[in-house]
Design a protein around this ligand. Structure first.
Ligand code: PLP
Length: 447
């Protein structure tokens, strides 16, 4: 990196997001020479909203700072993990203390049992848990487990839901795949694609039809209990209960992908929030306190099928890593012991929801804000509600792109895609939310 080209703006006094992006432009160009598309995960590129991404150099609490020293109020929160805000001091301290004791042993530790006990105590349906290193690993392992336990091959997922980048899931996938128009990725073989069936979110009939067509072939239904990777789409009343019944009636397992909802909607995730219990739960994001962690868990008789207790193989050199466990334990303990955090998160999310709706009214623009707890999405659509993938696809992406760019220039860092969520953290203050509403309403006037 040619440091000569990176200017130091540290001592400039201009307000939030007003210092230009020259350093980011230079640095992104250099990144593109050696990293495909300049990023290590596609949604970080600003492809669908135009322009180039800003490169980040640090973050603290609700604020994130780019390499031009623009400061932003951050609503991405690393795509969910930073529910306590950035560089939360007790987590930083736990990582520092763990690091001096060695960063990896490849042997069991006390921290792993403590972490597993915490997860089991929080997630109502989880009796045993296996740690992995990402949400993708958790979902890939969960479907292998489901296939191994049932002796069946097919997986049923929902259009617009995202379960990481495993081959089986890149069929009508959400998140970056949807944003970039690549829901069905090249490189996934036909035989893999054949084993993935796709139904419509919030449409039980579409699930029933597939169970009728593929009787005794479906190992599991995997679902985001709140869809949050096509923008936020809430489950209709009875949808999750219906999936529970249909899977039971047909001898298939129900997998809740709680990589986003876990520890965010409630200490016990969506299963606690909605009172519906899956057979297997996949977790990630928040669970690592910002370090790369995933996990999957469920009933004992299912989890005991995993090697070395049982025959279904799954492993990981760095799984249960001591730094990640140390960070995750502080994260989960804090959430478990301070459940008032959830009402504060919801209050701030509701403030923002109302502010965005008011902004739409004032600007005379149609739109829908979907929200549950601290997750929300503003859809620029003419529809009166957004309850399905089809509804989501009516959104005006160009309008979102403009809204995104105007917000960024005003120092508000939202997802660079119409199909993602706004993540509220415990570090957001009333002032942060009010400043965001003011900036968003101003941006809407210019759309
Ligand atoms: C982010 C996400 C994943 C993938 O997790 P990674 O850690 O990015 O591999 C899986 N499922 C859901 C619901 C997610 O939001």
């Amino acid at each position: 990196m040619d440091i000569q080209n990176i200017q130091d703006n540290t001592n400039s006094n201009s307000p939030l997001g007003a210092r230009g992006h020259q350093n980011s432009k230079t640095a992104f160009k250099q990144a593109c020479e050696v990293i495909p598309g300049g990023v290590n995960s596609p949604v970080r590129a600003f492809k669908s909203v135009g322009g180039q991404p800003v490169l980040i150099k640090k973050a603290s609490g609700s604020r994130i700072t780019d390499i031009d020293d623009n400061e932003y109020i951050d609503f991405i929160g690393s795509w969910g993990p930073m529910i306590l805000g950035h560089a939360y001091p007790p987590i930083v301290e736990a990582i520092q203390q763990a690091a001096v004791l060695g960063t990896s042993y490849g042997a069991p530790t006390l921290l792993e049992t403590e972490m597993a006990e915490l997860i089991v105590s929080m997630m109502p349906s989880v009796e045993m848990v296996r740690m992995v290193n990402s949400g993708t690993e958790a979902t890939m392992s969960a479907i292998r487990l489901a296939r191994g336990v049932t002796g069946r091959s097919k997986i049923l997922k929902f259009a617009g839901c995202y379960h990481g980048h495993g081959d089986s899931f890149l069929i009508k996938a959400g998140s970056g795949a949807l944003t970039l128009g690549l829901p069905d990725s090249p490189g996934v073989t036909e035989s893999t694609a054949r084993d993935t069936l796709t139904a419509n979110y919030n449409d039980l009939e579409s699930v029933e039809k597939l169970f009728a067509q593929y009787a005794n072939e479906i190992a599991a239904v995997i679902v985001e209990p709140v869809a949050a990777n096509m923008g936020v789409v809430l489950p209709k009343n009875g949808f999750l209960e219906g999936l529970r019944k249909l899977t039971e009636d047909n001898g298939a397992l129900l997998i809740f992908d709680e990589v986003i909802t876990g520890f965010r909607l409630a200490p016990g995730g969506a299963q606690e929030y909605f009172g519906v219990m899956p057979d297997i739960t996949t977790m990630g994001k928040i669970i690592g306190g910002g370090l790369p962690v995933g996990a999957y868990g469920g009933k004992k008789e299912i989890m005991l099928q995993l090697a070395p207790a049982g025959p279904i193989y799954q492993a990981g050199t760095l799984s249960g890593n001591p730094l990640a466990m140390a960070a995750g334990i502080v994260m989960l303990k804090t959430l478990k012991e301070n459940s008032d955090i959830y009402s504060k998160l919801a209050r701030h999310a509701e403030m923002l929801e109302n502010g965005l709706k008011e902004g739409l009214d004032k600007a005379g623009i149609k739109g829908v804000v979907n929200r549950v707890g601290s997750l929300l999405t503003l859809f620029f659509t003419e529809n009166d509600s957004v309850e399905s993938f089809e509804d989501v696809m009516t959104s005006d992406k160009d309008r979102y792109a403009k809204f995104f760019r105007l917000s960024l220039e005003a120092g508000i860092y939202m997802a660079p895609s119409q199909f993602e969520a706004v993540f509220i953290s415990n570090a957001h203050t009333d002032e942060d939310i009010l400043a965001t509403i003011a900036a968003a309403q101003e941006a809407m006037k210019q759309l």
